[in-house]
Design a protein around this ligand. Sequence first.
Ligand code: UGA
Length: 434
Amino acid sequence: MAEHIGVVGAGYVGLTSAACFARLGHQVTCVDTDESKVDALRRGEVAIGEPGLAGLVAGGLADGTLCFTTAQAQLHGVDLVLLCLPTPPGGDGRPDLGVLEHVVPQLGRLLRPGCVVVTKSTVPVGTAARLPRLLGRPDLPVVSNPEFLREGHAVEDFRHPDRVVVGTDPPDSAAARRVARLYEPTGAPVVRTDAASAELAKYASNAFLAVKLSYVNVLAELCERFGADVREVAHTMGLDARIGPHFLAPGPGWGGSCLPKDTTALLHAADAAGVDFGILRDAVRVNARQRARVVRAVRRAVTGSVSGSLAGARLGLLGLAFKAGTGDLRDSPARAVAEELAGQGAELTAYDPAVGCVPGLDAVQVVDDPYLVAKDAVALVVLTEWPEFRDLDWARLAAAAAGTVVVDTRNLLDADVLAAAGFAHHGVGVPLRT
Ligand code: UGA
């Protein structure tokens, strides 16, 4: 059954949901307060670089299933409204719910009776229970339906989710069934649960991924001490179905707009509840020290000593975004490492296929050609796992460079290819290849 869906917020969750639900045949009205963004979207211009998204938006605009507006009043007649508003970190570790708390009472005044209010934003446990009061509308059913989309894979993840979570109090209400029906075409298993469990499941998932990553990053350090290879260890672990092969690649630390924010928020919530979530606190601590570990590895590779000086050392950086497939610099470990290296006096040139500049980090010269980063560099440092870095002409890079060192913080490159070009490959948790 086609529904009239209102989406509040045209960020990457809101816009992806709006475009995908329109594609599934629903009538979607997407509201955002940013006039220039709405104007651009009406022209089919999508600023978010999600594969497939621009095509879906264009299709929805063309067949009239998708429209964009700044006029909230247009949500008056919708059957369901999806809240896809930003919940950025507040100063004290708790998410800042300012936007949500501003918008929800306005919605309460205009939504029609029977409209289902759905929270897709990541919100603290207990938010769904608070919403009827915030809406000023105890009559409206509230559903927690957190999203698990990955940046750079949002459309693919929307179409093929591992699971869909629908939480209401009581569970399995008519509103929950209605939301669950929206996802039927995806064929994904639907977990119908209570609202608090749905809200916590979102935090718990991101926090677990963070713990897994910090675990493997420490494991990589241990491998270096023992002369073991973290890729072999992680591969072996991943074959155990109880562990699984994903999120076992060491790197310069985990970042982005979600994992850091959500781990901090969950820790804060645990503290407030009097629960010692030590394992998560350690994962955050390990992550904070990961950039220093990368900088030490660069110092050791360049100077032969972990305490050697990088002052005046010319370094070429490959990657700045927090992960491949996005130009997002929010909480990017690559950016943090660059900052630290610049602070130690290194001269930095960087290339990232999706990043044109690094606001606030003037010490890094960003170039639009990967071969320029090698010019006179004593070392190249791979910080983001863009697959195309593998296919660079490493002999050409070696000819331009002043040194023979590649520090590969993602274990992305083929050590044999590098060796043939004359580079020594310093990976993470892997034996040195010269
Ligand atoms: C994350 C979750 O994966 C999504 O399920 C969730 O919906 C989203 O947050 C959110 O809450 O909105 P995302 O922020 O796009 O998605 O980033 P991830 O793909 O999870 O990567 C997080 C970090 O882990 C990146 O810095 C990445 O480079 C790092 N990573 C990932 C590794 O270092 N090694 C790995 O093996 C995997």
